[in-house]
Design a protein. Sequence first.
Length: 449
Amino acid sequence: MEGYKYLAMIAYAVAAAAGLIVVYFTWLIQRIKYQHVKLEKEIAQKKLQAIQDEGSNRMNVLNETSKITTEISESISQKLIENPSWLDRFMDETGVTYSASVYGKRIGHFFYEKRKIAEAAVDKVEEYLKSVPDKHFCLVIDSGTTLYPVFQEISDRLRRGPMSKLWRERICIVTNNIPGIQYLMKNAKDNANDDYSEIAIRCFIIPGKPLSVYAAIIGDESIAWLSKLKEFLISKDVIGIQNVTEDKPVEWTVLGFVTGNYIARRVVDNRCYYFPVARGEGHVEMKRTMVAVSDEVFVLAPLMKFSFASVDLLNRVNGFDIDREDWQRAKHHPRRVKYAPIVVPDNKKCLFFSTRRSRDAIFHAFSHDLFVELVRHYNAERVVVRDFDIRYWNPAIEGNRHFELAREIPHDNLRDKYEKGMNIWDSQWVLDNESEFSRNDRRATATMK
């Protein structure tokens, strides 16, 4: 009997221990579930807070935009009351005449920045005028909104600059930029008060097909005419009948002012090459011809038009997959046409004109790294960079990342890609992704074989 009692006690003890274990683990499981529910609740609250913050930021942007728009409207109204002719000058300065086109939609991108770059490039021309007194300069000016301020700057120098006489005597302008030539016709006349007065500087527009989308002139006729520019510059249309008959010909240096949708990079044997890329009907051929006929090339672009990406990576990031040579598909799907490079040969002098950001800007690091790389590979005298504080020109950007990004990356598609991590302004990201694309291309080529 004693043995049975002993066994029974052991059984009860085991059962009690088992019960305690069950209770403990049940409590532990419930606690874990409670913590899990609590964690999920915290995550949900943080997500909700993030959404609310996002909405609040967007609302702030909208409010600031509305405020600025109201201020602009009131200012315009007051200006019109004080001087009705001011509207005409406003439309010239801002290019809003072309609002119903791609050109018009892009005129506001980097607006003040483009003026800074134009000023720097025109300053460089005046340096040349001073340093080489016997030489004449032909400025071949590309189409596009980046080059439009160059015409404004030239007009200012002709009207008020101390070197106005040299501009009139030793400069010739050749361009396919329709808004630019119109600006000169209205604002660079010999006598601003005389309706019959001519432009105060020698100026010629390239013949060809007008392209309303980009307010430019392009086509085979344009290419053929521009290819013979050096012959044209010694004709009586440019230098006059008297100079044509003189024994000593006029010496011309052609300065090509070009830009692109973006400025891409190519790395060959640790050497970096930067060049514009373009797309759209006739633009690539026209820009390449401008480079070909130029003795020196001025590449003008705001900071954010530069990138560390190759032309292939730019196309992949933007989703451009149609070759421009496939003209039928390109005509039907212009938004998917690939960029093509506008390469400046090594033996041709190339100068870069751009801007840089302050330390508190989102893209300060890119600005610094780009400047260092350009100077390293092209030398300091060929890199002209002006400081540009975007907060000075738009105080609403202060402390508002969304507004700053919208200002720095105005195209929604590319800005969305950037916010998803596709950063063509980050050298390491570009290096990683171009290596991956290269591996994928090699695999695809091997598969086709």
